[in-house]
Design a protein around this ligand. Structure first.
Ligand code: Z5A
Length: 238
């Protein structure tokens, strides 16, 4: 795992700290960072609500956030990147905006929360930039990795739940919603590349990713997510 530069405001001890944790919120060690990823309509918001509730029932103190967004700056960035009127946005500009939101979220919310021993549930994180701006828009992975090192200071999720769903099914689920945002109007081929990139990243990092079959009913998806999250807690408690 990489470390931060001396110029970074991110506390290096948090980033390089050995992974140790227990379910108990009384435990003062670093909390756990869980991200949710997947294509549009995969069910991230639905799963987040159930997973948060399950964790809280186990006495885990959870902070839920999202990307882009989660801070005042991040939500302003979100409004920009999703605005259909800004259809001329260059891929490089889009990539930098995603990382601007992320840099703020890491420092303002995620790091302080983890240091306080709370867990973070994040609707998307850096993997989304590899999938959408990398796979979708063709931005080089090496460039994204460099931005990730700089913006996140080496911080990565302890667990990433990837909700994998055929593109057409995701489209169907959100069909009645109306008012597609700037990214949702992309062609199916774009979302196929996004999905392929997510799956490739999951295959390359099986220790961090848990791939969930998002075509299953919500309660089945939730049970699988709880199992993966419990395994994470058990692993860190031992
Ligand atoms: N983006 C990016 O390009 N680069 C980045 O670095 C980051 C993001 C961080 C905003 O994300 C956009 O930003 C996103 C990627 C880009 N663009 N796209 N496309 P977002 O997460 O806010 O937007 P989203 O992915 O489009 O979320 P969503 O459409 O709201 O989907 P969801 O949260 O995954 O699904 P949901 O709202 O829980 O469920 C959708 C519907 O399906 C709803 O009616 C549910 O009741 C139903 N549902 C949910 N689960 C199930 C199951 N299991 N079975 C049947 N029906 C279900």
């Amino acid at each position: 795992m990489s470390t931060v530069t001396s110029a970074s405001v991110v506390d290096e001890s948090v980033i390089t700290q050995p992974a140790v944790n227990e379910w108990s919120p009384m435990n003062a060690v670093r909390g756990k960072f869980v991200s949710l990823e997947g294509g549009e309509g995969a069910g991230k918001s639905t799963l987040l609500a159930g997973l948060r509730s399950a964790l809280e029932q186990h006495g885990v103190d959870v902070v839920q956030t999202r990307e882009p967004g989660g801070t005042a700056l991040g939500e302003a960035v979100r409004a920009i990147v999703l605005d259909p009127a800004l259809h001329g946005m260059e891929a490089e500009a889009e990539l930098l905006l995603m990382f601007a939101s992320r840099a703020q979220l890491v420092r303002e919310i995620i790091e302080p929360t983890l240091r306080a021993g709370q867990w973070v549930l994040c609707d998307r994180f850096a993997d989304a930039s590899y999938a959408y701006q990398g796979g979708g828009r063709g931005q080089p992975p090496a460039r994204i990795a460099e931005l990730e090192r700089w913006a996140c200071g080496g911080l990565r999720p302890d667990l990433t739940l990837l909700l994998d769903l055929p593109v057409a099914m995701g489209r169907e689920r959100i069909a009645g919603r109306g008012g597609a945002d700037r990214i949702e109007v992309e062609a199916d081929a774009f979302f196929e590349r996004v999905r392929a990139t997510y799956r490739a990243r999951a295959a390359a990092e099986p220790g961090r990713f848990c791939v969930l079959d998002a075509s299953q009913p919500p309660d089945v998806v939730l049970r699988a997510a709880i199992a993966a999250t419990s395994a994470l807690a058990t692993e860190y408690a031992s």
